[in-house]
Design a protein around this ligand. Structure first.
Ligand SMILES: Nc1ncnc2c1ncn2[C@@H]1O[C@H](COP(=O)(O)OP(=O)(O)O)[C@@H](O)[C@H]1O
Ligand SMILES: [Mg+2]
Length: 372
């Protein structure tokens, strides 16, 4: 199998570093602190959560519960995900059924089993605010009950999604339930820094200062370099140091993009991976994405497209409204640039890393760089 995985989490063997981060999250869990994990998309939050869960399972010290609410559109969606996640926790099927038949005051869940995977799913039909509130209470009561035997860690991935629900009281509702839980620790995770920071640092919002914030950066250069070399090496493939360095530079060490490029390089049938191969494979990746990239252009105004290209050509830009940048790239004036930046940020086409603006997707950035 290809050891450079590009989705999900397999085991520590395929997982690079994140030792400090894993220890830090374990520390939060062991000391009953809730934690909010934020990073760019595809930097490795979900992987890190599963790496922590893997450790917890090995130690047999905690029950773990994971839900990804990215695709949920409303409170009912959230409730269904939570119900399903609880239902999939360790316990015999019969015991679960009993637990789930007796614990709901208002609405009975419908249990369906996927015929292909055998995985059960739960769905509730919520028709009023009171239904939602009570069903959530019932679900949290099950977690609370379970936690009497063993502490529980609940990870809610893509948590910023609750801001898009039509039920505006969701935040307060969940916060109210969480704050009374004992022996249960929460990890909230998401990629929209502005939205999440707003939720947890705004004194007027329910989650204000209720969690510890943790920002996940890229994996340090040397750690990733070592991992890539060793992973090729274990599979009887040899890759030159300078090629590994090129990979990390070209992808800005953005985890998914590193993994994907290495996955493609690994696929080449040869034992030795050299610079020529790097240029070929990275070129192919961009070419395969051509259609998407041109499609993006249709979604933007001419000025936004010019601005995006200008940022890519600079690699990154600190002072985005400086006259030298504007002049060099024909970007009219600072206020147009400011509006363009805002719009590109909202579309997540660009991002602010430390002090500079970058094109979010490093492959796209490399492609833009080459455009006229
Ligand atoms: N430490 C790591 N080592 C190797 N691959 C990783 C690591 N962290 C994440 N990945 C891989 O990178 C990709 C993006 O990671 P993911 O955890 O899904 O990012 P996020 O949740 O921040 O969007 C996934 O394919 C995952 O398998
Ligand atoms: Mg994720």
């Amino acid at each position: 199998m290809n050891p450079f995985i590009i989705k999900g989490y397999l085991s520590p063997k395929y997982f690079c570093d994140r030792e400090k981060e894993t220890t830090r999250i374990q520390g939060a869990i062991n000391n009953q602190r809730n934690l909010t994990l934020v990073s760019l998309r595809k930097m490795g939050k979900t992987g890190l959560i599963f790496n922590v869960f893997n450790e917890l399972k090995l130690g047999n010290t905690h029950e773990t519960l994971y839900l990804d609410i990215y695709h949920t559109e409303n409170l009912q969606g959230f409730i269904n995900q939570l119900g399903t996640a609880i239902f999939r926790m360790r316990k015999s099927f019969e015991a679960k059924l009993k637990e789930f038949l007796h614990n709901f005051r208002r609405i009975r869940p419908l249990v369906t089993v996927d015929p292909m995977t055998g995985n059960p799913s739960l769905s509730f039909t919520i028709t009023s605010e009171e239904d939602a509130r009570q069903t959530l209470e019932d679900l949290f009561a099950i977690i609370q009950y379970r936690s009497q035997k063993m502490p529980v860690v609940v990870a809610i991935d893509e948590f910023q999604q609750i801001n898009n629900y039509p039920e505006k009281n969701t935040e307060a509702l969940i916060r109210g339930l969480i704050q009374n839980m004992h022996n249960v620790c929460f990890i909230f995770s998401g990629s929209n820094r502005t939205v999440l920071a707003g939720m947890f640092t705004d004194a007027k919002r329910p989650f204000y200062q209720s969690t510890e914030m943790m920002f996940l950066d890229e994996i340090p250069f040397d750690e990733y370099k070592h991992f890539i070399k060793a992973t090729f090496g274990k599979n009887n493939k040899d890759i030159q140091d300078k090629v590994v360095e090129k990979i990390l530079q070209w992808t800005r060490s953005h985890t998914f993009y590193v993994q994907y490029l290495c996955n493609k390089l690994f696929e080449q049938g040869t034992r030795s991976i050299d610079e020529t191969m790097f240029y070929e494979v990275s070129g192919d990746i961009l070419e395969n994405n051509n259609t998407f990239y041109y499609e993006y252009r249709n979604l933007l105004t001419t000025h936004q497209w010019q601005l995006l290209k200008a940022i890519a050509k600079e690699k990154y830009i600190e002072n985005i409204t400086s006259s030298s940048f504007i002049k060099k790239h024909n970007l009219t004036n600072p206020s147009t640039v400011r509006r363009g930046v805002q719009s590109l940020m909202e579309k997540e086409m660009i991002c602010l890393i430390k002090y500079g603006y970058y094109v979010y997707d490093p492959y796209f950035s490399r492609w833009l760089e080459m455009q006229e």
